[in-house]
Design a protein around this ligand. Structure first.
Ligand code: SF4
Length: 486
């Protein structure tokens, strides 16, 4: 039996390609930034470990920039018995057409959907696309395994598959409750043989940098968060056994020549005790690999930042979203902006490069609060910052609130990517103003960022040399030019 794990193709225009990790990311075709598809990689490894006599394939059209036709051709060439495809709201209208083709052209194919859109709107997906056999909502590694087992044994009883949504023989939609989240240390290491880890880039200083997870989930409840509300459905936080994390780092070092790890968690820093255990074990085992983390500056102290630094942490990204207390309250983001300032000072003190992310256009936002947040970002002293537009994705409390209040002015889900488009309008702040302001922030910041990168290079010359070696002298000269020419 042939099983294909794949992700929808994201060719949204001639020069733009979209992929959905934690958020929608729309890149130009020259950018190789991309989130490693962890759930696909864990599912692949789990299937391989648990089921004999199957052939597993993986196809990520993002990596090869496959357009729809090329994607369909590639799938048809494999001719899988089962396709498990990750789907987002942005590409859903196109995905339906693709699925229709595949069902028509590949004999007896079973179509299983997963990802944030089918998880948020499973009934709608089943009704709009009769070609779907099964939807697996939420974290789907275990449910994918159970479903494949069912198809292999030709069982028609799907009642035990947690989070599965499907039509029974009478055409009635059955929605199973989600199973408890699985213990993360029972998972095998993600499949990095079929899913080539070197092709997914993220926060690279030492090349090659490979992505890993230390933890799954997040204990916080930000109303716009797709992972928290759609994919996990709760705020359970599962930190992996530090021994397993280190074993995986060593594996990546020995088998793939990793020179840096990027922990692309929702937040890697929510369990201080577990994190410190990881740091001390890393030092004890003399695993010298430097790493960066996606964390938060919500629950931290000097001991945590110091130990991270001693263990080899060289960059630290965190979400701020807004510097306005009313906006933070309205999105349930438990941030204290004075603590953010303190955290950035600590990161500097312990020689960790800091990257702050901000988003604009949340409920309660005003033109003044946007300006205040940008000023805050400018004065924060972080080594970099990122500005995007808040987007209410289906299944999140933000989406429900925006629907109820009539704030949504863009019904076309293909426009729901927050590096370009605003899809809500408030009485005090219109969609166009959000877009225009964020565009101007990004333009202003690009010059500040170039200068900051040069300052960072002077502060950390060895890291700068590693980056120049990887990025090349031409890109470095372009950066210097941007920093000098306003
Ligand atoms: S802190 Fe980050 S990961 Fe956690 S709920 Fe908020 S946005 Fe989601």
């Amino acid at each position: 039996m042939k099983i294909l794990l794949t992700i929808e193709p994201g060719d949204i225009s001639e020069d733009k390609y979209l992929t959905f990790g934690r958020w929608a990311i729309c890149n130009d075709n020259s950018t190789d930034y991309g989130p490693f598809p962890f759930r696909m990689a864990y599912t692949s490894a789990l299937l391989e470990r648990e089921i004999k006599d199957i052939q597993i394939f993986f196809l990520d059209p993002f990596l090869d920039r496959l357009n729809r036709e090329q994607f369909i051709n590639s799938v048809e060439a494999i001719a899988p018995d089962i396709i498990i495809m990750q789907v987002s709201p942005i590409l859903w209208q196109r995905d339906k057409i693709i699925l229709h083709h595949l069902k028509k052209n590949i004999k007896n194919i079973r179509i299983i959907l997963c990802g944030n859109y089918p998880s948020a709107e499973p009934e709608l997906c089943l009704n709009e696309c009769p070609e779907i056999d099964m939807i697996l909502t939420g974290e789907y590694m275990q449910s994918a395994l159970d479903t494949v087992r069912n198809y292999i044994t030709r069982s028609t009883d799907f009642s035990h598959i947690g989070g599965a949504v499907y039509k029974n023989s009478s055409g009635i939609i059955i929605r199973n409750t989600r199973a408890p989240l699985m213990p993360v240390d029972s998972l095998p290491l993600p499949d990095r043989i079929r899913i080539n880890p070197s092709r997914y880039r993220n926060f690279t200083i030492h090349h090659p940098t490979y992505q890993m997870l230390m933890s799954f989930g997040c204990p916080y409840n930000c109303i716009y968060c797709v992972e928290r509300h759609v994919m996990y459905g709760n705020n359970q936080y599962r930190f992996r056994n530090p021994v397993n994390i280190l074993d995986e780092m060593v594996y990546l070092q020995e088998h793939f020549g990793a020179r840096q790890i990027w922990f692309d968690d929702d937040t890697a820093t929510a369990d201080k005790h577990a994190l410190l255990e990881f740091c001390s074990l890393k030092i004890k085992r003399k695993v010298m690999l430097p790493f960066g983390i996606m964390g938060d500056l919500i629950s931290f102290d000097e001991e945590m930042i110091r130990d991270l630094s001693h263990a080899g942490c060289i960059c630290y990204a965190f979400g701020v979203e807004s510097a306005d207390a009313a906006v933070l309250k309205s999105i349930a983001k438990p941030i204290d902006i004075n603590k953010i300032r303190y955290g950035v000072k600590l990161l500097k003190k312990y020689r960790i490069i800091s990257h702050a992310t901000f988003s604009f256009g949340h409920p309660g936002e005003t033109p003044e609060s946007m300006q205040r947040t940008f000023q805050f970002a400018r004065n924060l002293g972080s080594d970099n910052a990122q500005f995007s537009i808040a987007t209410p994705y289906p299944g999140t409390p933000f989406f429900k609130l925006a629907q109820k209040k009539g704030w949504i002015v863009e019904q076309d889900l293909s426009k729901y990517f927050g590096n370009l488009n605003a899809v809500v309008s408030y009485p005090q702040l219109k969609k166009e103003q959000i877009e225009k302001t964020v565009l101007s922030f990004n333009e202003r910041w690009s010059h500040i960022a170039a200068r900051k990168r040069i300052l960072v290079a002077f502060r950390y010359p060895l890291r700068a040399l590693a980056k120049i070696r990887h990025e090349g002298i031409f890109q470095t000269l372009q950066l210097i030019r941007k920093a000098i020419v306003p």
